[in-house]
Design a protein around this ligand. Structure first.
Ligand code: FES
Length: 113
């Protein structure tokens, strides 16, 4: 665990454990998250689809869009924006690497505002 002023970072896996253009389910604290590697950059969003709970880590990746395996809604892994229904959005989490390990940051504040 590594803490800065805004996030607590959790080590989630090693870099060789994730394949380009595929999702990987990871755990940070008590949260289940979907980690992606696209064009050499890591992205992390919530695993449970905000529509009806599909597992985004299992969805096909098309560029920076991951499609939910349940109803195929597309989410931009860079922003969390839903491309299918703009009223929905997935939470995004910062990712950093150190010594071959991948770390994901959860916000220190749980204030919903
Ligand atoms: S549960 Fe993800 S699009 Fe419906």
């Amino acid at each position: 665990m590594d803490v800065d002023s805004e996030h607590t970072f959790y080590k989630v896996c090693r870099e060789e454990e994730i394949q380009e253009n595929e999702g990987k389910l990871v755990h940070a604290g008590t949260k289940k998250l979907a980690l992606f590697l696209v064009e050499g950059q890591y992205y992390c969003i919530q695993n449970f689809c905000p529509h009806a709970g599909g597992f985004l880590a299992l969805g096909p990746v098309e560029g920076f869009i991951v499609r939910c395996p349940r109803h195929a809604w597309g989410f931009d892994m860079r922003s969390g924006a839903c491309k299918t229904n703009p009223r929905y959005e997935a939470n995004c989490y910062p990712v950093k690497t150190q010594d071959g390990e991948i770390w994901v940051g959860l916000p220190n504040s749980t204030d919903p505002l």
